[in-house]
Design a protein around this ligand. Structure first.
Ligand code: SAM
Length: 402
């Protein structure tokens, strides 16, 4: 039975389902979900291009941020870096190729819900058993707890969910939150309605407005804050992102959480047509209606920045920086790397060797990654937990005394 037919049957049994349940099935149903089938980021044969897919430069700069975090944590060994929503492993591969200073201490954990994509990671990376990456490797002396072996990294491992440990380290997520399930609510003259997914007489999947539960209405009011919306205004409630932030925070005793994603101010989202902020993609083009082909296309949305700040604060994560991707990469040194590449290209263009070609492609990559009308407009949120107030990523510039 197709995923659509299974959803129709479920709705006949349970009544209209919340939008997050629909998205969860459409993207992650183990047999037919869009990502479960191995679709997603990549070039030919895939559906959309993310920053890691542009080339190695993004990973090289994320590697610098990971080194800065290692310094801020006083160089732990082992040093846990979790890449959540790791897709096909391209970002992790480029991080390792950049040879970060922390490499010997590094335990790089790729967390990816799709089994097909986890299998693909093995083509790019030497994925090792999870015990080798997370567990201590030496028995302790006479009854003491086992101890981890230092300086044996990098060790890479892959999981389908965040590891159930508490540690010092970093969690990085590129374009994950916009793919996590969300609820939809719509302003009514006297409160909020929830938009659920039901079926019409012909068994087509359709939106159904039901009165919002008290809990959902409180959440919507809290997100809206001082903003006043006209009846009919629709906004997203990122329930999946809130849960993920809570789980990530639990994982960190001390450390950073870096989120790079499509995000926008709630007032801007509310002023736009829902089809403009709740989008679908397939085969590098915009898809059709979000309900039309469950499993056949990506469903993504602009995360309200206010919600991220609120949800992170609730779980003990302190926002230490919020920038665009273009600014963040600038602070990590993209402009200097591009200036070097331009110099190298102009010196070696007549030779036309691999170095020259790589230098030229780095210039093009930087343009794509910082494009204010494209990837450069992504928002980067850096949260810290258990660290001193000035901790940030990249590391704050040293203070110059007078
Ligand atoms: C838009 S893709 C981004 C992939 C990669 N980070 C990149 O930048 O190319 C989002 C990925 O997150 C994965 N994902 C979704 N929910 C997840 C979860 N709760 N834990 C781990 N991975 C998840 C999806 O399967 C998908 O591969």
């Amino acid at each position: 039975m197709s995923l659509r037919d299974r959803l129709v049957e479920r709705i006949h049994r349970q009544g209209p389902i919340p939008f997050d349940a629909f998205v969860d099935a459409a993207l992650y149903d183990p047999a037919d979900g869009f990502f479960a089938r191995g679709r997603g980021s990549g070039r030919a044969g895939r559906d959309f291009v993310t920053s890691p897919e542009v080339g190695p430069l993004f990973g090289a700069l994320v590697a610098r941020a990971i080194d800065d975090a290692w310094d801020a944590l006083d160089g732990p060994d082992p040093y846990l870096v979790v890449e959540a929503g790791a897709g096909n492993g391209r970002l992790a591969r480029e991080i390792l190729r950049a040879q970060p200073r922390c490499a010997r201490a590094l335990r790089l954990v790729l967390v990816e819900r799709s089994r097909v994509l986890r299998d693909e990671q093995r083509d790019r990376l030497p994925v090792e058993p999870v015990e080798d990456a997370l567990g201590p490797a030496l028995p302790g002396v006479a009854g003491d707890a086992p101890v981890p072996v230092p300086r044996i990294g990098p060790i890479v491992t892959a999981l389908d969910e965040l590891p159930a440990i508490v540690t010092d380290g970093v969690v990085v997520a590129n374009e994950l939150l916009d793919n996590l399930p969300l609820r939809l609510v719509e302003r009514t003259p006297d409160g909020w309605a929830e938009i659920r997914v039901g079926v019409d007489r012909a068994d087509a999947l359709v939106e159904v407005a039901v009165p919002a539960s008290r809990e959902l209405a409180v959440e919507a009011d809290e997100l809206a804050g001082e903003l006043r919306f006209e009846p009919g205004t629709r906004i997203p409630l990122p329930t999946g992102a809130a849960q993920w932030l809570a789980d990530s925070s639990r994982l960190l005793r001390r450390g950073f959480l870096v989120v790079v994603d499509y995000a926008d101010e709630l007032a801007s989202i509310a002023s736009r047509e829902p089809s403009d902020w709740l989008r679908t993609y397939r085969s590098h083009a915009r898809g059709i209606g979000a309900l039309d082909v469950p499993g056949g296309q990506d469903i993504t949305y602009d995360v309200p920045v206010e919600y991220l700040r609120l949800a992170a604060k609730r779980v003990g994560l302190r926002l230490v920086s919020e920038t665009t991707q273009a600014e963040w990469l600038g602070r990590l040194g993209i402009h200097e790397l591009v200036a070097d590449a331009r110099r190298e290209w102009s010196e070696r263009a007549h030779v036309g060797d691999l170095h020259a070609v790589a230098a030229r492609s780095r210039v093009g990559e930087a343009e794509a990654l910082t494009d204010p009308a494209g990837l450069g407009a992504h928002r980067v949120f850096v949260f810290a937990k258990g660290l001193r107030l000035r901790a940030s990523l990249p590391a704050p510039a040293p203070e110059h005394g007078g």
